[in-house]
Write a protein that binds this ligand. Structure first.
Ligand code: HMG
Ligand code: MG
Length: 311
């Protein structure tokens, strides 16, 4: 775990979630080949983790019904992780059969959202994850844990930081080390990251905390800065700001990957990502699926000093 001392880190890790969080929420049907090309372009831009798809019920998320085809068609790069969402053992088995070696389970800090999203209470969801996490441990598969609605729920409103800490503790109890704390509907404002995240950073030195910020109200970059100053060094973002959860009314896309990369490079923080290639990818997916780019950087002119020198 990193320790925040009010200064910026030398390097951050960015987890690209566009192909999953982004495309799960698109109204148009995106061809499998386009999904595969998007994942491959993102890996080529230097993203070391590209969340590829979800092995969920195709009735719940028809947009990702081709999860197995996507995983099978993918040309993997050495050193790049392609995690997939798995809500239950059935999804885990399907993901493994399609070649996945990194998965994520997803819980929520709000009971109502948990029911709407995965048709289970928080306690039931943890029990569903238990055999999955055990199997993954036997298989040597990495498991990440999401905690959604950490700053607000579209059905219950405000969520207490203690509710988030409780779910993190339950996931940690299963043996999950990497956790992603989600502002699912983009309601957090700067000043509100600390009360939720600081206790988690102090919670257990084995647990690593990432921020998953939807940029619905334009607060994503400011909230990311607050996280950085607290010592968070892993962020989930989405190319072109794609995204949203179909079960969270009003949710729009994640903080755009290129916005966070630009911000990081301007502060001399390494990302390992080639900003120009990333921006081209944002422009390509936006025109290919005919969806306007959210975020700013892919719509603005890049100056030579914006690219950073670490790509
Ligand atoms: P359920 O209805 O309680 O489950 O759904 P069930 O076991 O009764 O099964 C219902 C049907 O789904 C059955 O099919 C099962 O076979 C099938 P039927 O007999 O009706 O034809 N099924 C599956 N099919 C494929 N893969 C599976 C699977 N499991 C069951 N793994 C379930 C429970 C969890 C399956 C369902 O509610 C679901 O799939 N939900 C997905 C929700 C989802 O993907 N939400 C978006 C991702 S979360 C998110 O975006 C937030 C995040 O970004 C963080 C943040 O922003 O905060 C991560
Ligand atoms: Mg999300």
């Amino acid at each position: 775990m990193s320790e925040g001392n009010g200064s910026l880190p030398e390097r951050i890790e960015i987890i690209e979630v566009g192909p999953r969080d982004g495309l799960q929420n698109e109204q148009v049907s995106v061809p499998t080949a386009v999904k595969v090309e998007l994942i491959e372009r993102l890996a080529a831009a230097g993203l070391s983790t590209v969340e590829a798809t979800s092995f969920v019920s195709p009735k719940a998320v028809p947009q990702l019904a081709d999860a197995a085809e996507v995983m099978e068609a993918l040309t993997r790069r050495d050193g790049v992780r392609y995690p997939v969402l798995t809500p239950n053992l059935r999804g885990y088995e399907a993901a493994r059969a399609a070649g996945a070696d990194s998965v994520a389970v997803f819980a929520a800090a709000s009971e109502t959202f948990s029911q709407r999203n995965i048709n289970a209470s928080i306690a039931e969801s943890i029990e569903r994850f238990r055999p999955l996490v055990e199997r993954a441990a036997d298989d040597g598969v990495h498991v990440r844990g999401y905690v959604s609605t950490a700053w607000g729920c579209p059905f219950e409103g405000e969520i207490a930081p203690e509710a988030v800490a409780d779910v993190v503790a339950r996931l940690a109890d299963l043996g999950i080390v990497d956790m992603s704390i989600g502002d699912t509907i983009g309601v957090a404002v700067p000043g509100e990251i600390e009360p939720v995240i600081a206790p988690l950073l102090d919670f257990d030195s084995d647990v690593r905390i990432a921020l998953h910020l939807h940029d619905t109200r334009g607060m994503g970059i400011a909230n990311a800065l607050e996280g950085l100053l607290l010592g968070v060094t892993t962020f989930d973002t989405s190319v072109a700001g794609l995204g949203g959860c179909p079960f969270a009314p009003g949710a729009t896309g994640n903080l755009a990957t290129e916005d966070l990369v630009w911000f990081a490079h301007r502060h001399g923080i390494e990302t390992g990502i080639d900003l120009e290639v990333l921006v081209e990818t944002a422009q390509w997916i936006s025109s290919t699926i005919d969806r306007p780019i959210s975020g700013h950087i892919a719509k603005s002119r890049l100056w030579p000093w914006d690219s950073g020198d670490d790509a």
